[in-house]
Design a protein around this ligand. Structure first.
Ligand code: PMP
Length: 401
C-alpha cells in the first residue's frame, strides 16, 4: 500500500481538456476555437518579427550572461514597463509614487499582487461574472473570500453597468475589485469612458481597492495608449492607489517566456521601498527570481524608438487580423440568415468573442461538427481563417436553427 494510493484526481482544467479532445479527434476538418492564443491566417502562433530580430542580436551579445536577476527583476525592464502602462507624462511616475516589479506573466503577477494585498489585511476579493477562470482559482488559493460583481447582461448581450455599479456599491470597504483594463475575457465587452468614470466614483466612495488585470494592451482598440486609458484615469486623474498585473504573452506573443510585471501606484513615495521589500519576500519564497530572456527582449524593444515603433506595427497587424475575422464571421452569419442579432460579434473587443450560444449548442458543435469551443460560448476569433470560415458559420447556423 503506497502513501498516495487514495489521493483524488483533480477535475481537468476546462480549456486543456477541450484541447485534448480536439487533438484526439481524427476528423480532418476539426477546428479548435477554444484556447485563447493569437493565430495568423495559417493557424500558426508566430514569433513577432521584432522579437525575432532582437533575439538574433541577443545571441551575439557576449555581455548577456545567465546570472540570477534580482527577485524584483530587471531594472531596465521595470522602468520601461512603468511608462508603457502609465504613460510618459504620468504624475505618479514623476512624483515617484509608482513602481513596477517583474513577474511570471499575467498569472504570476496577479498571484504576487494578491498575496501582497492579502498579507496587508485585504481579505475580500470581487471578480466579474463571468471572468477568466484563473481569477477565482488564484484568489481562493490565497485565502480570499471571493465574491462576484455583475458584468454581462445575457439578454441584451452587453455590459450590465447598473448591476455592476450596484454590486460595487454593496461591497464592504477595502474589498479588492479585480477589473479587466481592456478586452474583457470572456465577454469582449469593455466599459465606455463614462462608465469607467462611474466605476471609479463608486470605488472611491466605498473605499474599495482597484486591481487591474492588463493582459491585452493593444488588442482592444489597436492603440496602446487608448487601451491603457482606464488605468491612467484611475491613477493620475482620480488619484486612486492601485495595482496592475500586465501580461506580455499576447501583445509580444511571448507566451512561454512568462514575461509580465506588477505595477503599484501609491499615495506616497514612502510606500515604494516597503512594497519592493514585501514583494522580494513573497517572490523569494515562491520562485526566488524571474527568468531573464523575455524581459531582455521586452526591455530592448521598449527602450529603442525604432524597435518600439516596429513592435507597435506588429501589435497593429495582430489587431487588424482580429477585426477582419470579426467582420468576416459577422458577415457570413448574416448572409446565411442565422437567427438572432450578431452585432455583438463586431462591437466586442479583443481576441475573445462571447457568442451567446448555450451549452447545448456548444456541445452539438463539438460532437456533430467537430468545432471545439468552451461551453459558455466563448471563441477565439483568431482561430477563424479564410479556409475554415464557411464551415464554422454554416455549423453555427445549423445548431441555432
Ligand atoms: N488575464 C486574463 C484576462 C487572461 O485572459 C490571461 C491569459 N489568458 C491572463 C491574465 C494571463 O495569462 P499569462 O499568465 O499567460 O500571461
Amino acid at each position: 500500500m503506497g502513501r498516495f494510493d487514495s489521493i483524488s484526481t483533480d477535475p481537468p482544467i476546462d480549456v486543456f481538456h477541450l484541447t485534448e479532445l480536439f487533438e484526439n479527434d481524427g476528423n480532418p476538418s476539426k477546428v479548435n476555437l477554444g484556447v485563447g492564443v493569437f493565430q495568423d491566417e495559417n493557424g500558426k502562433t508566430p514569433t513577432l518579427p521584432v522579437v525575432r530580430s532582437v533575439e538574433q542580436s541577443m545571441a551575439q551579445d557576449l555581455t548577456l550572461d545567465k546570472n540570477y536577476l534580482k527577485s524584483v527583476g530587471l531594472d531596465s525592464f521595470c522602468q520601461a514597463c512603468l511608462k508603457l502602462v502609465l504613460g510618459e507624462q504620468s504624475s505618479s511616475i514623476i512624483e515617484n509614487r509608482a513602481c513596477s516589479i517583474q513577474g511570471l506573466s499575467g498569472t504570476g503577477c496577479l498571484t504576487i499582487g494578491l498575496e501582497f494585498l492579502y498579507r496587508n489585511g485585504y481579505k475580500i476579493g470581487y471578480i466579474s461574472s463571468p471572468t477568466w477562470s484563473n481569477h477565482l482559482s488564484i484568489m481562493q488559493a490565497i485565502g480570499f473570500d471571493v465574491k462576484r460583481y455583475r458584468y454581462w447582461n445575457k439578454e441584451k448581450l452587453n455590459l450590465d453597468i447598473d448591476g455592476l455599479l450596484q454590486d460595487l456599491q454593496d461591497a464592504p470597504e477595502n474589498s479588492v475589485i479585480l477589473l479587466h483594463a481592456c478586452a474583457h475575457n470572456p465577454t469582449g465587452c469593455d466599459p465606455t469612458r463614462e462608465q469607467w468614470q462611474q466605476i471609479s466614483d463608486v470605488i472611491k466612495q466605498r473605499k474599495l481597492f482597484p486591481f487591474f488585470d492588463f493582459a491585452y494592451q493593444g488588442f482592444s482598440t489597436g492603440d496602446l495608449d487608448q487601451d491603457a486609458w482606464p488605468i491612467r484615469y484611475f491613477a493620475d486623474h482620480q488619484k486612486h492607489e492601485l495595482l496592475v498585473a500586465q501580461s506580455f504573452s499576447k501583445n509580444f506573443s511571448l507566451y512561454n517566456e512568462r514575461v509580465g510585471h506588477l505595477t503599484g501606484v501609491f499615495s506616497s513615495r514612502d510606500i515604494i521601498p516597503k512594497f519592493r521589500s514585501q514583494l522580494t519576500t513573497i517572490i523569494r519564497r515562491i520562485y526566488s527570481n524571474p527568468p531573464a530572456h523575455g524581459a531582455h527582449i521586452v526591455a530592448t524593444i521598449l527602450c529603442n524608438p525604432t524597435l518600439y515603433s516596429e513592435w507597435k506595427n506588429n501589435v497593429r497587424t495582430m489587431f487588424e487580423r482580429i477585426q477582419s475575422m470579426r467582420q468576416l464571421f459577422y458577415t457570413k452569419l448574416k448572409q446565411l440568415g442565422t437567427p438572432g442579432n450578431w452585432d455583438h460579434i463586431i462591437t466586442q473587443h479583443g481576441m475573445i468573442a462571447f457568442t451567446g450560444l448555450n451549452p447545448r449548442q456548444c456541445q452539438t458543435l463539438l460532437q456533430q461538427h467537430h468545432i471545439y469551443l468552451m461551453s459558455d460560448g466563448r471563441i477565439n476569433i483568431c482561430a477563424i481563417t479564410q479556409k475554415n470560415i464557411d464551415q464554422i458559420s454554416k455549423s453555427f447556423y445549423e445548431v441555432i436553427t
